[in-house]
Design a protein around this ligand. Structure first.
Ligand code: NA7
Length: 541
């Protein structure tokens, strides 16, 4: 356990991404001596690692940013409606400097294990630098999309060309000019990456297992004076954002979907009405029907219309058919794209439909599918993440009575009370744990609420002489039943849907929809009610 050369703090934060930076600031404001442990060389978290070409947020910059500081939101200058990765990374660096956060961040320090000492009521946290750090409270802000899902394909190591993973993209420029490039993965990342790589590569081959539903949307630089005008109205913008179910009231991938839900049902639409929807609205029109999210038959009808809309853009009928999804629309995170389908009309782009021609192996010279070898110079893996739980299950977290968080989440299920705390792990607050609204919302709005609630909770414990807080198993079970019941009538739980939302994208992972879908305002109301009642569902000791 703790030794004499152990460093003691009031709180330890894991991770210096969006959540960890705000957690440090907030806890400092509350007078806690706080240290952040960060494995990378700099701040940024997910937005530091995912620097692949085309990486961009699908929520507007003025909403995908901290609202807690009027100075920061007035001083920072966004250049585009939806920010690119370099701009978000620069923004987080600006925030770290503006709030003088770096002096309390230990970089190049990865947390490997942490154990709760029952007697001392504190967490003993070990790192890969052999440091031991101790504090009564740990705020885990290790990210929900921070652990890459390794491609589970034979022969990956044998490839003699260059292998790249989108979420470990090198800092230096990668020149793909004239190269034969293969991309595996067509989720949000692949859909952003593919049009950009296609413009550079000599030949691009896209290896697609599940086609994506992706909604084209214009992203543009702000006009002269536009940002200033928005900033002048920031209080209204933030109020609307906070009151909005997904924490983003302006355009986002989610708002496009919410708008679709307000439309008349597809099942009562005539064939003429359906065709008009496709003609006038393209792929968005094809999916804009009120019953699509709740009625699987309507969803399947919409998927057919979507295929018709894709076929209007993609010139080769076989490619268009291959690009048409078969899983229910809405069960995966919505995607916004810039020129995705048009990319497949380029002479240098080929689509391999892995549903018809599966990958056999990665070979020294490329990728071998059942129909033959595709010779490549570069393979880019855009294969997703071990989301929501991956970052915490990679740390050996030991709670009361030797209980292991990794064992619990992998054998029982990814349960957490309020999406913040897990029974058996006192004084551990996990920002955006399973059961939080984060997956189906603007992460930043969700994390600000989490961090503020956690800060208030710690302040309450310290002010009232409590040493520990711990979620009660019954409360945790009821919360999970509640979050599960919310998605029961929707396509989110359809058996054909494998996504990071439900763990279905990682072989062997317990399957459960891991978000809270009643919206951030309702979530905030419940959290506040629970705190006001003396932290119902928690044991304070
Ligand atoms: P996603 O959305 O999980 O997409 C991963 C993609 O990689 C998806 O198309 C997968 O196909 C594909 N994949 C994964 N493993 C394989 C193998 N072995 N063979 C072929 N294809 C594979 O991750 P993203 O990074 O795109 O997006 C994650 C989130 O980041 C996104 O939702 C935003 O919130 C930001 P599959 O669907 O499993 O058939």
């Amino acid at each position: 356990m703790a030794t004499s050369d152990t460093t003691r703090y009031d709180a330890i934060v894991i991770g210096a991404g969006f959540s960890g930076l705000y957690a440090l600031h907030r806890l400092r404001e509350l007078g806690l001596r706080t240290i952040v442990l960060e494995k990378a060389e700099n701040v940024g978290g997910t937005w530091l690692f995912n620097r692949y070409p085309g990486a961009r947020c699908d929520i507007e910059s003025i909403e995908y940013s901290y609202s807690f500081s009027e100075e920061i939101q007035q001083e920072w200058v966004w250049t585009e409606t939806m920010p690119r990765q370099p701009e978000i990374e620069a923004y987080l660096n600006f925030v770290a400097d503006r709030l003088d956060l770096r002096r309390d961040i230990r970089f190049h320090t990865e947390v490997t294990a942490m154990t709760f000492d029952d007697v001392a009521a504190e967490w003993v946290v070990r790192t890969d630098t052999a440091d031991t750090v101790v504090a009564p409270f740990v705020v885990a802000a290790a990210g929900i999309l921070s652990v890459p899902k390794e491609p589970d394909i034979a022969g990956v190591e044998s490839f003699a060309g260059r292998s790249l993973h989108t979420s470990r993209w090198p800092k230096e420029d990668v020149d793909l000019t004239g190269r034969r490039v293969g991309v595996i993965g067509t989720g949000s990342t692949g859909v952003q990456l593919i049009p950009v790589v296609a413009r550079q590569a000599g030949q691009l081959t896209v290896f697609q297992r599940s086609p994506a539903y992706t909604l084209p949307w214009e992203v543009r630089p702000f006009d002269d004076g536009e940002l200033d005008e928005l900033k002048a109205n920031y209080s209204e913008i933030r109020a609307a954002q906070r009151a909005h179910a997904v924490g983003a009231a302006r355009l986002s991938a989610f708002s496009v979907m919410l708008e679709m839900m307000t439309k008349p049902p597809l099942k009562s639409a005539s064939r003429e009405e359906q065709q008009r929807a496709v003609e006038e609205g393209g792929v968005i029109g094809a999916l804009s029907w009120g019953d699509v999210f709740f009625d699987i038959e309507a969803n399947q009808m919409a998927a057919k219309l979507y295929g018709e809309a894709v076929a209007r853009i993609v010139e080769d009928p076989e490619t268009a058919a291959a690009l048409t999804p078969t899983h229910p629309f809405g069960c995966k995170r919505p995607i916004i794209d810039q020129g995705y389908y048009e990319t497949f009309n380029r002479d240098n782009v080929t689509l391999v439909d892995l549903r018809k021609d599966p990958i056999v192996e990665v070979s020294p010279v490329g990728i071998r599918t059942e129909r033959g070898e595709h010779e490549l110079d570069v393979i880019i893996y855009a294969t997703g993440f071990d989301a929501m739980t991956g970052a915490m299950t990679r740390i050996a977290v030991t709670g009361r009575d030797g209980m292991s968080l990794a064992d619990y989440w992998t054998t029982e299920g990814p349960y957490a009370y309020l999406g913040i705390a897990v029974a058996g792990f006192p004084n551990l607050f996990i920002v955006q744990a399973p059961g939080s609204p984060a997956p189906a919302s603007n992460f930043v709005t969700a994390l600000e609420q989490h961090v503020e609630w956690i800060g208030d909770c710690i302040a309450h414990l310290r002010a009232n002489g409590y040493r520990t807080i711990e979620a009660l198993p019954d409360a945790q079970r009821e919360w999970t039943e509640h979050t599960t019941a919310l998605v029961e009538p929707t396509v989110l739980v359809h058996p054909t849907c494998n996504s990071w939302y439900n763990g279905g994208n990682v072989p062997g992972k317990k399957r459960m929809y891991m978000g809270y879908t009643a919206g951030i305002p309702e979530y905030r109301r419940r959290c506040e009610e629970i705190a006001a009642a003396g932290y119902t569902g928690f044991k304070l000791a």
